[in-house]
Design a protein around this ligand. Sequence first.
Ligand SMILES: Cc1ncc(COP(=O)(O)O)c(C=O)c1O
Length: 322
Amino acid sequence: MVNYPDPDAKLLRATVSDRLGIPEEMIVAGNGAVEIIYLLMKTMQPRKALIPAPTFNEYEIAVRINRGRTKDLLLDEGKGFVLDKEEIFRQWDDTDVIFICNPNNPTGNLTGRAEMEEIIQRAARLGKCVVIDEAFMDFVADRVNYSAVELVSKYDNFFVLYSLTKFFAIPGLRLGIGLGNPGIIKRINEIRDPWNVNSFAQLAGIESLRDEEFIRSSVEYISGEKEYLYHRIMSVKGLRPFHPSVNYIFINVEASGYSSAKISRVLGEQGILVRDCGTYKNLRPVYIRVAVKKREENDRLVAALNELGRNLNGTGDQALFG
Ligand SMILES: Cc1ncc(COP(=O)(O)O)c(C=O)c1O
């Protein structure tokens, strides 16, 4: 690697263009999707952004470090934290940008494409911009019903974030893509670091996006395994998993009597890492998120969760966890 990386990531962008059917001038590559979120906010300098809660917390940070304010769109726990477009329309009056994570992190909830288009259209009429984060969309088997990528060429007022670190399992390499109107992309290119995506990441991205067999078999594997893990978790006493759309499962642990922090700690001590979602805004400390992995690892997780459940039954030492 004696040469600098291609500052324009030309081959990578051409590959993305081929795969997603988007013109190259509407594509920018970043050091992870997170870099694109930060660059986008630096470019747009929104006055106030509407951000659903719970969701990925980098949106709020990116808006705030660019001196913008944020308004929380509190998703209703009683309705399973589903995004309600009418609620967006009611609450977005004084905001100029709205973020939508689709599928949402950490709930896995999906918003349909038709609904998304309605939001984008109405936002356009009001001069607002919609930022859609599709970091986990590659895992969705029927993505045509949900992905807004195809709409990018049709509307000027929205931007799609796409990450390669999740689906292709390269978070350490850092690679994300932004899709949007050429004007915004041009401004991002003017302010970003010239060599923001290293050569390894560019190469890995090109090869990964061309690997149809890996893409097909991964979607197929995750589609099956997430159902398996979901049903196994459903049978664990005290746990209420949300039906998963992607490679993670959001679980309400309230009836177990343990907090999300406690469960995460107990599992962590056994070398099983789950996400304590108690730190997300608008979530009570009774939610965890677990990853769908290989069958053996999934079975280990379920066995450990069952062990917790047994302690709850009074057959073990609850004080161990309490
Ligand atoms: C919803 C969402 N968007 C974007 C990212 C960032 O992805 P990247 O690794 O490409 O920066 C994450 C990482 O956790 C995420 O959960």
